[in-house]
Design a protein around this ligand. Structure first.
Ligand code: SAM
Length: 255
């Protein structure tokens, strides 16, 4: 009972996140699909290729996986320090070298990412577009419920990279449509790393995909969690590029 009161209080103090409750209720409808981790993991494992092959398939044969941590030591050290000084643990970062490399090679202009936490993926993308004229990143994030990490979301992104960045603090159900509208429903790259449920993905994937320009890049983290990414890649009839990252799997589709 106390748990429910705490959750209700968290939402009442942050009404902008209330629409997420509808998404959580909707998970009951897809109960069976929510519990497909075993099949999804096997499929991802069976279809995974290494990171270098992935980057070459997507960005061309000359492409390499660039380690942004060594290219931008100062930014990296700043980010590490920020993370260390953060009083709440917001979990690990996604495949940031891959994100940086794809951004660097493909030079996308309109970019949306979902899920920020410390902001490592935002940092990688912002460094990748640093010298690309008119490139802009909109990140959408709703903080972890009851963790009180609101003030620290995106804390590894330094002030001098923020002119090309907007951090929307909304649940995906509201934030993704809003971000797409800001880009006039034309995006070049998206990185999905927020609501990992089947329900959340099946809401967000089609919206993001429909706004992607031909040749645009669709990246989703943790595709082993459930069968959503597999089903979606079949639905849009694209061959997925899958690689392993920290014992999890990332999937990429090219439109
Ligand atoms: C795995 S972390 C993101 C990590 C980040 N992309 C990186 O690589 O550094 C997931 C983030 O998504 C947020 N999130 C989870 N569900 C969400 C939702 N429905 N709408 C918006 N953000 C959500 C979490 O609070 C958390 O901040």
């Amino acid at each position: 009972m106390f748990k429910y009161i705490k959750t209700a209080t968290w939402f009442l103090l942050r009404p902008r996140y209330l629409p997420q409750i509808f998404q959580v209720f909707k998970r009951n409808k897809y109960k069976k699909k929510e519990n497909t981790k075993h099949n999804a993991t096997k499929w991802a494992k069976d279809n995974a290729i290494d990171k270098l092959t992935t980057i070459k398939e997507i960005c061309g044969n000359d492409a390499q996986l660039i380690h942004f941590k060594t290219e931008f030591t100062e930014f990296y050290n700043y980010a590490l320090k920020q993370q260390k000084n953060c009083p709440v643990n917001m979990g690990g970062e996604g495949a940031v070298d891959m994100l940086y490399s794809i951004t660097k090679y493909k030079k996308p202009k309109n970019i949306i990412e979902t899920g920020v936490a410390y902001g490592w993926s935002s940092l990688a993308i912002l460094l990748g577009i640093k010298d690309i004229e008119n490139a802009y990143l909109i990140s959408n994030d709703m903080p972890y419920i009851k963790m009180n990490n609101d003030d620290y979301v995106g804390c590894v992104v330094p002030g001098n990279l923020k002119s090309r960045w907007e951090l929307q603090r909304l649940p995906d159900i509201v934030g993704i449509p809003k971000a797409l509208k800001k880009f006039d429903y034309r995006i070049d790259l998206c990185h999905y790393d927020s609501d990992k449920s089947y329900t959340g993905r099946m809401f967000a994937y089609p919206l993001l995909w429909n706004a992607l320009v031909p040749g645009g890049i669709f990246i989703s983290d943790d595709i082993q969690d459930n069968i959503a990414f597999k089903e979606f890649s079949e639905k849009v009839n694209r061959q997925p590029f899958i690689f392993e990252h920290k014992s999890k799997y990332v999937g990429i589709l090219v439109k």
